[in-house]
Write a protein that binds this ligand. Sequence first.
Ligand SMILES: Cc1ncc(C[n+]2csc(CCOP(=O)(O)OP(=O)(O)O)c2C)c(N)n1
Ligand SMILES: [Mg+2]
Length: 276
Amino acid sequence: MKDCRLEIFKKASLCRNFELELFNKVQEKIIKFPVYLSAGQEFIASTIAVKINEIGVSPDIFIQHRGHSTYLAFGGDIFQLIDEMLGRKSGCAFGMGGSASIQSKEKKIYGHDGLMGNQVPIGVGACFASKLPTIVFVGDSAAEEDYSLSAIGWASTKKLPILFIVEDNNLSILTEKKVRRNWEMHDVANGMKVKSFNISDDPMVIHKHLENSFDEPMLLNINTIRKFWHAGAGTDGENFDRYEDEMKFFGDEGKKIDEYNKNLVLEAWKKQLGKL
Ligand SMILES: Cc1ncc(C[n+]2csc(CCOP(=O)(O)OP(=O)(O)O)c2C)c(N)n1
Ligand SMILES: [Mg+2]
């Protein structure tokens, strides 16, 4: 179990260091369009990516904005991600997606068009056609859209091999969940006979809940904490930081992994910025 926790930390470390450097690049105004940083939420994608390797499946993956960690955790190319941030044709979305709409056809990661929640019906439709393992990542706000809820119902009716991951950071831009609704996603999904759980983003907790995924539709509402603003580079204040916590757990080995990924990211930026 410790081995798998370490594998997850390694992925999370790449994601965290990527976002920290991107934060700098936004502050330095090297990047001028809206950037949606996923720091603080990286253990969700990292844990799922490790788990699907263990069970030997390669699902279709549908994401929304704040997807850099998902892209990297599932093996998306870092150089193409940097190029996308620089608006280059060589970027993972040909320089046309920006931060919000990254994708990797190679890694079966389908990008978002900006209409919140529409990846849910699109992902469900794709899974209905393919009957192959599918993961849909959706924010706690995007999940509220009517078309998102009805699509979850259809996945249940058709018993599709689909995993809905609600990245619940309690925020829609700056509006907390309690202002928006008096119900929870896992309750609604359970009501539609989708096996659903409300859990923390502790990697070992997520890992445990992924047993038997894709046998039937499942929804995990995963409570997490966004480290930075909705868009751009700034902080709302100090919060619990799971990454720091996990690094502490691994002691010197954790620090070494963090340092390794920091250098990897810096070198990758240096290389791409050196290209005309
Ligand atoms: C249909 C629609 N409504 C509103 C918006 C504006 N909007 C963009 S992001 C966002 C909040 C998304 O929150 P959530 O899904 O929880 O993701 P998070 O930003 O918290 O990761 C909103 C309301 C939109 N893009 N599309
Ligand atoms: Mg949210």
